[in-house]
Ligand binder design. Structure first.
Ligand code: NAD
Length: 293
């Protein structure tokens, strides 16, 4: 069994990005710049934005966090998005999700210029991706593909079962792995909360991608011997022994599932760091596009 080390792979990816930034700067171009908009005071969102800011520093990007109160109105948020769309010093920006309940995530995503949509959530970006055109891939699915490539995992003709149909993980990764070429050519089954016989379906999988957000949902009896298991889930579980008061659990019962796998991602340290590195990769791509425009 091989543990897919997202920390190691993401560091390698970030080193490549840093080298590209160094080249840009030596050629007299400015550094790529990523802005994160954070609305409200959700604890997990603050942590994620902090990680993104730190990664920007690591790869040599400029970055900025626009912090807005939970009471921010749609008009106020729209004004910030419009300003960032128009600001030539900003290559890409993200609006950290989830948003407070009174704000429409769909409306916000649609307002972001597809040119700066480094989260890859805009419907135009999704349409390009599904059509196999050049696009910013959403960072978590992109991170999963990078892990598969790094470990040279065979995908052609494999049965891949994705659990979870969100727009940001489940649906795009199911789509990408069904595409022609590597890493792809999988036969994909997309499972969700209304799937009948889910256990049976997962048992037939060569590759399992768990992205449902239910701690330790995937148990050893659901896994075929030798399967590849990629765990996207991040759930906070109360743990008084930790300073923070919680620990992070994945969607996979790692201790019991790992011995049956050929490859498995840990949580934390698997998909999470890859997601951040791939956001950096999209921002670099945005900066390269800008200099070509
Ligand atoms: P979501 O929370 O929007 O949706 C969950 C999906 O799981 C839904 O499509 C639902 O149909 C499905 N689901 C729920 N219960 C189910 C069940 N019992 N059986 C089968 N399917 C079920 O999904 P999301 O935003 O993709 O997040 C999923 C998990 O991944 C969360 O824990 C989230 O924190 C985590 N996540 C991690 C990263 C990362 O970088 N590692 C990135 C994004 C999301």
């Amino acid at each position: 069994m091989v543990i897919m080390d997202g920390k190691e792979v993401s560091e390698a990816l970030k080193r490549k990005i840093t080298a590209e930034v160094d080249k840009m700067v030596s050629a007299g171009r400015r550094r790529p710049k990523l802005v994160a908009v954070l609305v409200g005071d959700d604890g997990a969102s603050q942590v994620y934005v902090g990680h993104k800011e730190r990664a920007c520093g690591q790869v040599g990007f400029d970055s900025e966090v626009v912090r807005m109160p939970a009471s921010t109105t749609a008009d106020e948020l729209n004004a910030v998005i419009d300003r960032l769309n128009a600001d030539d010093s900003v290559d890409g920006f993200i609006v950290q999700l989830p948003l407070p309940g009174h704000l429409s995530e769909e409306a916000v995503i649609e307002r972001i210029s597809p040119l700066k949509d480094v989260d890859g959530f805009h419907p135009e970006t999704t349409g390009r991706m599904i059509s196999g055109l050049d696009a910013y891939l959403p960072a978590t699915p992109a991170g999963i593909l990078e892990l598969i490539k790094y470990y040279n995992i065979e995908t052609a003709g494999k049965h891949c079962v994705v659990i979870g149909r969100s727009n940001i993980v489940g649906r795009p990764i199911a789509n990408l792995l069904s595409m022609k070429g590597y890493p792809g050519d999988c036969t994909v089954t997309l499972c969700h909360s209304r799937t009948a016989d889910l256990k049976e379906i997962v048992r037939g999988a060569d590759i399992v991608i768990a992205a449902l957000g239910k701690a330790h949902f995937v148990t050893a009896d659901m896994i075929k011997e030798g399967a590849v298991v990629i765990d996207v889930g991040i759930t906070r579980i109360a743990d008084p022994s930790k300073k923070s008061g919680f620990r992070i659990a994945g969607d996979v019962d790692y201790d019991n599932v790992a011995p049956k796998c050929s490859y498995i991602t840990p949580v934390p340290g698997g998909v999470g760091p890859m997601t951040i590195a791939c956001l950096m990769q999209n921002t670099l791509k945005a900066a390269e596009r800008r200099t070509k425009r």
